[in-house]
Design a protein around this ligand. Structure first.
Ligand SMILES: [Zn+2]
Ligand SMILES: [Zn+2]
Length: 296
């Protein structure tokens, strides 16, 4: 099959590689119909993620059609359309039983390396280095999905690939930011950064009953996309300098959904995503700001 492979910093190529095969009775093979490029893929492209190896297949936001099933996968059938969370979860460990699938402590065979690097290992992840399991990603024609009886979600015919795809990672990321901000009905919420995660955080905040959302960004197209959501409750009067917005307007909650390029912003918001509820001084712990704890 053809697949997008990492070969080093700034070196990603479409290679011909062996098709994936069923390796375990709980595996499925899906024919990829849609996949996304994540902001996190830039960490790989830019060489920031250790334990990548030449030839690793990228891609952790995937969906497709089931074409082959291991004997233990009884909840899916050949031909099902599924969207696949980027975390690989066993369904049996303590974390999985609490619904914290991304913290599954059985699916990363290299958990000890991740623990040394990050203090805690998340679940094994698709297409995201060997210290996170070394699983091939889905920016390819086919994908092997381990523990396929747990992660994949069947997609009804009435929902298009493009509508379902973002459930694999980026929609839950924005949703969780809004959830962590403990938005109450009528709250004013400032969302700093209106890229894909910010867009989903904006829509999630509105869905949770925010009275007003202030979208902060300096790219006019992003603000226009934000306003297309629900202009009555959204304010983004003009492209705003994100640096000058360090002192955010008075709000009940502030969500930072940004990968800052500015040094001052980087010092203020070193993580790509976190939520602050000023009145309650609730700051998401870093581990929840990354993939860990995300309830995909
Ligand atoms: Zn992603
Ligand atoms: Zn588990």
């Amino acid at each position: 099959m053809r697949a997008l492979c990492w070969h080093g910093k700034g070196d990603v190529r479409v290679d011909t590689v062996p098709d994936p095969k069923i390796q375990h009775p709980r595996d499925a093979i899906i024919k990829i119909t849609c996949c996304a490029i994540c902001g996190s893929d830039l960490h790989l492209l830019d060489g920031y993620q250790p334990t990548m190896e030449s030839g690793d297949i990228l891609g952790h936001e995937n969906m497709g059609e089931v074409i082959e099933l291991g004997s233990d996968v009884t909840n899916l059938k050949i031909g099902d359309r599924v969207v696949v969370p980027f975390t690989i979860s066993c369904g049996d460990c303590w974390f999985c039983k609490q619904g914290m699938y991304s913290c599954c402590d059985t699916t990363n065979p290299n958990a000890e390396i991740a623990r040394k690097a990050m203090g805690h290992s998340p679940a094994g992840l698709f297409g995201f280095s060997h210290m996170l399991g070394g699983y091939s990603g889905g920016q390819a024609e086919y994908l092997r999905v381990p523990m396929a009886d747990i992660g994949p979600i069947k997609v009804p015919d009435s929902v298009s690939d493009e509508q379902a795809l973002f459930l694999s990672d980026i929609f839950p990321t924005g949703y969780m930011a809004a959830e962590n901000a403990q938005i109450q009905p009528g709250d004013t919420v400032a969302i700093w950064g209106c890229g894909p995660v910010g867009q989903f955080a904006i829509r999630s905040a509105l869905m949770m009953g925010a009275g007003r959302v202030i979208a902060i960004d300096e790219v006019a197209e992003r603000l226009a996309m934000a306003e297309a959501g629900e202009p009555k409750r959204l304010t983004s009067p003009r492209p705003t300098s994100m640096t000058n917005s360090c002192h955010a307007p008075p709000t009940e909650a502030l969500i930072v959904a940004s990968t800052p390029s500015d040094a001052r912003l980087r010092a203020t918001a070193p993580l790509t995503l976190y939520s602050i509820r000023p009145r309650q001084r609730c700051i998401s712990p870093p581990i929840e700001s990354m993939c860990c704890g995300k309830r995909l």
